[in-house]
Design a protein around this ligand. Structure first.
Ligand code: URA
Length: 230
């Protein structure tokens, strides 16, 4: 929310008070004086006017998990363990998954309480490649590559997938880079050729790569550099 709106939503400030306080340099966001009424204020910012704290600002949290197969990408599930069960953190209800994976898919999963950050990571418009290591039941044909580049028509969503880069590693293994994350996207793409995906592992999302030190089920906080990359 814009800083001027944030302040004038508080009962103690009229719009005029807000303008004057900003002009006088009495408003600080995260310790820095800001006079810009359009300055974006989020729930993570510490906001002060003079010596009064108006918002403490909660910590933004970002985790990288090595999702094992056999757990659900949801916050609650009546039957199966969920990825959140693997996190030993307070206030888990505040966290969400940035880019779900199917029950049996393994690999990089990012979990955060920062909705803007996770949208940047997952929105097809930002075109961040997600890279998967794929194992298939049938042999992968050389002719697949062109079709992956061309796109697959998904009738349910009424769209054609963005160009995807398929690198065939051997008869049953490939590395696939896709821009979007449609429902069961990789399986549906291979399904076009009646080829079943029997193993799927996400290696990276944009510039964020699964830490090779994390065993399946393990997680760690992202570093400040990793958070900035998105
Ligand atoms: N595509 C799929 O089909 N499944 C996943 O888990 C991720 C991408």
């Amino acid at each position: 929310m814009r800083l001027d709106r944030f302040l004038s939503n508080l009962p103690r400030f009229s719009r005029k008070d807000v303008r004057l306080a900003l002009l006088a340099g009495r408003v600080r966001v995260d310790g820095l004086i800001t006079k810009d009424p359009l300055h974006e204020v989020r729930e993570f910012n510490h906001v002060m006017v003079d010596d009064d704290t108006l918002q403490i600002g909660k910590p933004a949290r970002y985790f990288m998990l090595h999702k094992p197969p056999g757990c659900v990408s949801a916050t609650i599930d009546p039957q199966h363990p969920t990825v959140l069960d693997l996190l030993h953190e307070p206030d888990k209800h505040d966290l969400h998954i940035a880019g779900r994976l199917d029950f049996n898919t393994s690999g990089l999963m990012l979990i955060t309480n920062d909705g803007q950050w996770s949208r940047r990571l997952t929105e097809p418009t930002t075109k961040l490649p997600k890279v998967y290591y794929v194992e298939t039941e049938q042999a992968i044909g050389a002719h697949y590559v062109e079709k992956f580049t061309e796109g697959f028509y998904f009738a349910f969503e009424d769209l054609t997938t963005l160009p995807a880069d398929l690198i065939i590693l051997d008869a049953h293994h490939a590395r696939l880079s896709i821009m979007e994350g449609r429902y069961h996207q990789v399986k549906r793409m291979f399904g076009f050729f009646d080829n079943k995906v029997v193993g799927l592992h996400r290696e990276s999302m944009g510039p964020l790569v699964l830490d090779p030190l994390l065993l399946p089920g393990e997680y760690r906080p992202l570093t400040a550099e990793e958070i900035q990359l998105i």
